[in-house]
Ligand binder design. Structure first.
Ligand code: SF4
Length: 220
């Protein structure tokens, strides 16, 4: 199946979807957004990596920043922080306007300590899958660069991860088509969620709306 361009979802939404399906729906279907310290720090960090159309060459590597990517089969579009084209005349593919052949490796920037959680991993794997479709190549590995250690972690792109990415986007398209926002399901993630004031996860902890409002009134 191929999606029409007007039905594309944002690639970066896969990290929200992994974190909490309701959070993804609140942001991407209901257009709700609330910033907390974590999201603001993340945006500042990303703005340093993104520099549209910036291309740099270091020895045998061409580095692009802010490269736009898409996939008809996943029905998504987005931006890669960094894509590295590493000269490899044996295993690489040709790139328009460049001599030789190159292997292709996306690098996702994240602030904080290395955690390589599923949401970070699926995001960079999704970027690799878009690049494969656009450049007709195979990508075996990608990287996540963590700001606190200033080190990159290698992510091997397995069939299992590819399936998880494809299944996640399929489910996101189904939710989006029905404009369906899942109900509150309280978890530890709620404490760090930028939307907790909008979502009111406390309602999912067997508290009635009346009791919730009453407790808020008593707090003030
Ligand atoms: S507060 Fe909890 S349930 Fe609500 S969107 Fe955030 S993580 Fe999901």
């Amino acid at each position: 199946m191929k999606y029409a361009e007007e039905d594309y979802l944002m690639l970066s939404g896969i990290q929200h979807f992994q974190f909490c399906r309701r959070q993804w729906a609140l942001i991407h279907i209901e257009q709700q957004w609330d910033e907390n310290l974590r999201t603001i720090e993340g945006e500042i960090f990303h703005s340093n990596a993104h520099n549209d159309n910036f291309i740099e060459k270091r020895n045998n590597i061409i580095i692009t920043r802010g490269m736009r990517v898409f996939s008809h089969t996943l029905g998504v579009h987005g931006v890669c922080d960094i894509v590295e084209f590493v000269r490899d005349d044996h295993n690489g593919v040709s790139i328009h306007g460049r001599e030789g052949k190159y292997t292709i490796e996306p690098v996702e920037y994240k602030k904080g300590k290395p955690k390589c959680d599923q949401s970070d991993i699926l995001q960079v794997v999704a970027q690799a899958m878009c690049l494969e479709e656009m450049l007709v190549c195979e990508i075996n590995k990608a990287y996540i660069f963590y700001g606190e250690t200033r080190r990159r972690e290698t992510i091997l792109i397995t069939e299992e991860l590819r399936k998880l990415v494809a299944d996640s986007f399929k489910e996101m398209h189904q939710y989006f088509d029905k404009r369906y926002t899942p109900k509150v399901k309280w978890s530890k993630s709620c404490n760090a969620c930028s939307l907790k004031e909008i979502c009111l996860p406390v309602l999912g902890k067997n508290k009635s709306v009346k009791d919730y409002i009453q407790s808020k009134v008593e707090e003030n």
